[in-house]
Design a protein around this ligand. Structure first.
Ligand SMILES: NC(=O)c1ccc[n+]([C@@H]2O[C@H](COP(=O)([O-])OP(=O)(O)OC[C@H]3O[C@@H](n4cnc5c(N)ncnc54)[C@H](O)[C@@H]3O)[C@@H](O)[C@H]2O)c1
Length: 284
């Protein structure tokens, strides 16, 4: 592992998964969130995930040893000694700008700043900081402990040294990296999200019921999850935010978000994380 101390900003489903994977590969992780409740949930979620991996014989050491390397942080100043910060907060440009302004102030000038954004311009986020050459997109897939891919995105001014160091990190955590150019949605969400949005249009227009849409795509095209089920898994707020970035950034009406998706988000039906989206998820 080429980074010893890594900050993860945001402890939602992605941040907690990233923290777990980094700590499982010997990094000391500072996990920060503005919500104390979310930090507690993240800790419990990581413990549960590590226990499951241990049961399956897929963990090299005791879960408690991995947990010892994850420090929960409730003030951003607490991450000041990190050599790398990976931001995984809500998919919102203003929130991410605020985070990177602060990280740029408190971290040593040698530290790398990375965003796990699904769609927002890496170049624009880098421009908020005084170190655009040390700024990079590192797009993990959900759930992070299981999914192999990490999409690496070079901003306009990202240096080759920064990219090389991130490629080494991806290899050190046993993932496969691919490189994408810095355009809205990069590669994975440029392709995936319009498909999910189209599935929501199909539901909205009554082309099929949700079961027909999901079963059709699972059995008909060999997708492991149906698109509506997957949208619930990703988070409908995140799906909407990504569609809005694609629509605004590419200026083509084919990327307009389905009105039904907008209504679900407005109603607080965010998918798994809120207990209800296209399907219902009893909260444990
Ligand atoms: N959900 C997915 O499948 C997926 C996949 C790849 C990338 N992403 C990206 O990862 C990021 C996080 O997504 P998620 O699904 O984990 O969302 P989430 O809603 O589960 O978690 C977001 C977290 O950010 C925290 N947060 C908000 N403002 C903050 C701030 N100022 N400082 C620190 N923490 C703050 C929230 O409290 C919350 O815990 C987004 O950019 C998203 O686009 C998501």
């Amino acid at each position: 592992m080429n980074f010893k101390k890594i900050a993860v900003i945001g402890s939602g489903q992605m941040g907690s998964g990233i923290a777990q994977v980094l700590a499982s590969h010997s990094a000391d992780v500072f996990l920060f969130d503005i919500s104390g409740d979310q930090l507690k949930k993240a800790k419990a979620g990581i413990e549960k995930s590590l226990s499951k991996l241990q049961e399956k014989g897929r963990l090299q050491e005791e879960p408690s040893k991995v947990m010892e390397r994850i420090q929960l942080i409730d003030q951003m100043e607490g991450v000041a000694s990190a050599e790398l910060a990976i931001e995984a907060a809500t998919e919102n440009f203003a929130i991410k700008c605020e985070i990177f302004k602060k990280l740029d102030q408190i971290l040593p000038s040698s530290s790398i700043l990375a965003s796990n954004t699904s769609s927002i311009s890496i170049t624009k986020l880098a421009a908020i900081t005084n170190r655009p050459e040390k700024f990079v997109g590192v797009h993990f897939m959900n759930p992070v402990p299981i999914m192999k891919l990490v999409e690496l995105i070079s901003g306009q001014l990202t240096s080759s040294d920064t990219m090389t160091r991130m490629e080494a990190l991806v290899a050190a955590i046993d993932k496969t990296g691919t490189k994408s150019a810095d355009y809205p949605g990069f590669v994975v969400n440029r392709i995936l999200m319009p498909m999910i949005n189209e599935a929501i249009f199909a539901l909205y227009e009554g082309v099929g019921c949700k079961e027909a849409i999901d079963t059709g795509m699972k059995l008909g095209t060999n997708h492991p999850m149906g698109p509506l089920e997957l949208a619930d898994f990703i988070g409908l707020d995140t799906c909407l935010a990504i569609m809005e970035v694609l629509h605004e950034g590419l200026g083509d009406s084919k990327y307009r978000a389905c009105p039904l998706l907008k209504n679900y988000v407005a109603a607080g039906l965010l998918g798994r994380k809120s207990g209800r989206g296209f399907y219902e998820y009893p909260q444990k």
